[in-house]
Ligand binder design. Structure first.
Ligand code: SAM
Ligand code: MG
Length: 214
């Protein structure tokens, strides 16, 4: 057992967090990753910025790019209004299996659809698959070179509406300079930077919140 970091995170959550208690599962992941092994979860400090955006937007449809172990998925899902749905995309089958079990332990699997595959292949299928029109909130946190092409793909697929909020993690560390340049200079977005620190470390990072204007 414990062959991979995600498996070790899952085992810690199962042993430390009360079943059905999302906040306790979130705390368990944070304490494991702060004290035992670093992992690429958004973490508690930037997580609070994410929470505030979710609460302000009160989204009906949320998309997450990059699930990993489901940490940010839990943070978003626990704050959703009744009837809202969170679609999260993860291309790594093993990470997706771990995330499913963590979300199940936290009691959050009913509001979440986890799709396994590359975002570039899945994004064009979302409208039909979920019989939905546009997302209200999109959390972008997969590989940094994919931020810009996937934002363009979301536009092309008609998945953004005026007012849709894009929140992008790690725009300073590791950084997504082409994405930042695009959302900050395109007249189709109003964009704002939130300085913060990289998860579990005293390293400068930031999140970019960009409202699609149409
Ligand atoms: N959002 C998670 C959190 O804060 O708890 C962390 C996500 S981690 C930084 C990035 C994840 O994106 C990895 O698990 C990786 O496998 C996945 N990923 C990278 N590129 C992807 C793509 N094009 N489509 C789907 N998943 C992708
Ligand atoms: Mg991140």
């Amino acid at each position: 057992s414990g062959q991979s970091r995600p498996m070790r995170i899952l085992q810690f959550v199962q042993s430390a967090a009360a079943p059905g208690d999302a906040n306790s599962a979130i705390c368990a992941v944070d304490s494991y990753c702060a004290n035992v092994e670093w992992a690429m979860n958004v973490g508690d400090k930037k997580g609070q910025i994410l929470d505030a955006v979710v609460l302000a937007v009160r989204p009906r449809w949320v998309l997450e790019l990059g699930t990993y172990c489901g940490y940010s998925t839990m943070r978003i899902a626990r704050l959703l209004p009744p009837g809202a749905r969170l679609v999260t995309l993860e291309m790594n089958q093993h990470y997706a299996q771990v995330a499913k079990q963590i979300l199940g332990h936290a009691g959050l699997d009913t509001q979440v659809d986890l799709l396994v595959g590359a975002s570039s292949a899945l994004i064009p299928q979302l409208k039909k698959k979920f019989e939905m029109e546009t997302f209200d909130l999109i959390f972008i946190d997969h590989w940094k070179a994919s931020y810009l092409p996937d934002a363009r793909l979301l536009e092309e697929c008609g998945l953004l509406a005026p007012g849709t909020v894009l929140l992008a993690d790690n725009v300073t560390c590791p950084g997504a300079p082409d994405y930042l340049q695009y959302v900050r200079n395109s007249p189709r977005y109003r964009s704002e930077y939130f300085p913060c620190q990289l998860e579990y470390l005293q390293v400068e990072d930031g999140m970019e919140k960009s409202v699609f204007l149409g």
